[in-house]
Design a protein around this ligand. Structure first.
Ligand code: NAG
Ligand code: NAG
Ligand code: NAG
Ligand code: NAG
Ligand code: NAG
Length: 390
């Protein structure tokens, strides 16, 4: 005979087991592809699938049918500030709900009403200093509605990095976005990484890690994260499109993360790192120009302004505050900005060109004061719509 106490005891055990199952990610789908080893449920809407690294979707890209996965880059740029991994030990929120086993990679499941054409709508810089020399589509149909505050360098490069302040800018409407990122470019080829808020892409307005690529000037190739095949994912820890556990607060604690992109010296792949962790790489074979080297590197913020209310959007860039309102804890920053030169040495950027497409809405200020302690850097961002920005 079960006593009441026994009964309560067993009910408690059962409850904890079901709970454990949910959070440790029991199989949720009925039909699970063999390439998915484990599934982790994160709160209500988010699901992370741990894929067998050798059966990851990107390997079905036609150019990668004979691809041999490179598990780690063969070399590291000299002089890269690799010990500089930000002001806190970065984690992504889903880590609290389970881990992907070794030999698997975390892939965030696509949100319900995800729009695949979105990946093609990302149009780059409006006023490029190199526009007369570039024939690619991206510079031809220069993006109306995209606004930037960036610094840019031209030359021959094998990589770039920066430590970027993490914020959660407000976006006015569903299909406007706000990013803070690095662009590495050559001709029609571009690789991007940084953080972004995009309700249309992610279904919510959290600050998320992203990567992106194109090899035809954003015409028809490439995409964000793993929305299309191409990027070979290696890390079992960092998920693309996943949010950070913490972001900065105004006049409060500041969070940042180091993002970097560099070209491997033996295989030529473009590796992406977050906080020193090798996330994965874009195989060299995907590109024509970038298979040799990059010729432009750009750092900074970008927003889209669709003027849905007949005036400038109030979508924020960075912290939503101008650099003129104050530096640290007020406006957003990039620091430890570096390029990797042709000799595979990390260097401060030289002969930079500043791009501010609409200074009444968003600004940029080079940070000369802290050069010694934080490397080369700048403050950027703004609120969008205001008295001067209509
Ligand atoms: C299952 O994985 C294989 C390759 O590993 C792929 O060809 C197939 O389309 C996948 N099926 C589903 C339903 O995802
Ligand atoms: C893959 O290998 C086969 C056989 O060697 C070859 O015919 C094919 O062209 C290769 N494909 C690519 C994309 O390299
Ligand atoms: C672009 O072309 C002009 C002449 O057409 C040349 O003077 C300039 O150096 C070129 N810029 C780059 C970055 O190649
Ligand atoms: C990250 O996402 C989770 C939901 O998955 C949310 O509860 C949390 O507040 C987010 N964190 C930040 C810093 O936005
Ligand atoms: C910033 O924080 C300090 C200390 O917490 C407080 O005294 C001050 O009023 C705050 N300033 C603003 C502009 O919120």
């Amino acid at each position: 005979m079960l006593t009441f106490i026994d009964l309560v005891f067993w009910i408690l055990i059962l409850m904890s087991l079901t709970h454990e199952e949910l959070i440790q990610g029991k199989i949720i789908q009925n039909v699970v592809n063999k390439s998915i080893i484990k599934t982790i449920k994160v709160e209500t809407d988010e699901i992370i699938d741990c894929y067998d690294i050798y059966r990851q979707p990107s390997l079905s890209h036609p150019l990668l049918c004979n691809h041999t996965i490179q598990m780690a880059p063969s070399s590291h740029p000299k002089g890269m500030k690799s010990d500089n991994f930000g002001t806190y030990q970065l984690t992504q929120t889903w880590h609290n709900y389970g881990i992907c086993p070794e030999g698997t990679i975390p892939i965030r499941r696509k949100v319900k009403n995800y729009d695949p054409t979105l990946s093609r709508k990302h149009i780059p810089l409006k006023f490029s200093p190199y526009k007369t020399n570039v024939t690619s589509q991206d510079d031809v149909d220069r993006g109306h509605g995209h606004e930037y505050t960036t610094i840019e360098v031209g030359g021959n490069f094998l990589g770039a990095q920066a430590k970027i302040n993490l914020w959660q800018p407000v976006t006015e409407i569903y299909d406007e976005m706000s990013t803070s990122q690095i662009w590495v470019k050559a001709g029609p080829d571009t690789i991007e990484t940084g953080w972004q808020v995009s309700r249309k892409l992610h279904g919510d307005d959290y600050t998320r890690f992203f990567i992106s690529w194109t090899n035809d000037g954003y015409k028809s190739s490439g995409c964000y994260d793993l929305i299309c095949d191409g990027f070979v994912h290696i890390s079992s820890i960092i998920g693309l499109g996943c949010n950070f556990t913490e972001v900065s607060t105004f006049n409060g604690s500041q969070k940042d993360a180091t993002f970097s992109i560099h070209k491997d010296q033996s295989r030529g792949h473009w590796w992406v790192q977050l906080q020193g962790i090798f996330v994965g790489y874009y195989p060299s074979i995907l590109f024509t120009e970038l298979s040799k080297r990059a010729t432009r590197v750009i750092w900074g913020g970008e927003i889209t302004n669709w003027k849905s209310k007949g005036r400038h959007t109030s979508t924020q860039m960075g912290s939503g505050h101008f650099p003129s309102e104050g530096g640290l804890e007020t406006s957003s920053y990039f620091n430890w900005v570096q390029v990797v030169n042709e000799n595979f040495m990390a260097k401060d950027p030289e002969n930079i060109v500043i791009q501010v497409t609409n200074p009444d809405c968003y600004g940029l200020k080079i940070d000369d004061d802290k050069y010694g302690t934080n490397g080369y850097g700048f403050y950027y961002g703004g609120p969008g719509y205001n008295d001067k920005c209509q």
